[in-house]
Design a protein around this ligand. Sequence first.
Ligand SMILES: O=C(O)CCC(=O)C(=O)O
Length: 276
Amino acid sequence: MTTVVSTPTDRAAIREAYQSDGYVLVKGLISPEEARGMRQEVHDLFQRVLTGRNGAWGSARKVAGAEGKQELQGMHDLQFYSAVFSRMLVDSRFVDAAAAALGVENLQLHHTKAFVKPSERGAPFPLHQDYPFFPHTLHRVAACIFHLDDAPEEKGCVTVIPRSHNLGPLQHTEEGNWHLSPDEWPISRAEPIEADAGDVLVFSYLTVHGSGVNRSQEARTTWLVQVRDPADKPTSDAHTFSRGQGMIIRGRDPEPTYTAPGRAPQRDEPNDAIRS
Ligand SMILES: O=C(O)CCC(=O)C(=O)O
């Protein structure tokens, strides 16, 4: 059972699916042509900057059947390298759908990253919640995965456990990146969310998710944007200083704090403290 919302503008359906199942696949949020252009941009960028780095999680080795399939290219903050990503961060098709899912008016950027899972040897992600990486108070934090090429099951598409967001924060192991025990939580427990280029999968940071090995002949390319309600505050500094975090991408910051350039936010900073 895959929750599919066929029109990105059906906001009530997006919200209902996300709130009840912890995720929603928004079909055709961007066109296949736009997805193709962004895909090319990711691959060009990775060639220019990621010379031979392997971004697979250490814990991917614990996943059954993943022996010898441990390759992954990934990097953060793509909007600092190419304007295609900056534009999409504030595109109303995207932010309206993400805000509808979370049931909020305002939206703040947490971070972005892209992955290329190579053909035949692309590494899996063990099941996990995103919560332990960047815990927040109200749990109004969501990942939005843009599919930049088709992601059938054999390509190692994302898998989720429907309604697992209702379990609340679960006990994770930190070693090799935060993950649940692969014995207790094998990837086979989760439902594959097959997607086409242009689809965006939105899921709560409490939803248990992961992905399998890429067994196909083609690379799988995705761009992930993590967003939150600006009223939801982090309870740790673990991820607070990623580039661009805090940028308002929809609506406004309901509790703005003046920040002088080059300084950490100061509650009582006088308005004339602008430094060039
Ligand atoms: O892209 C995937 O296959 C999963 C990514 C993921 O689970 C994560 O970045 O937390």
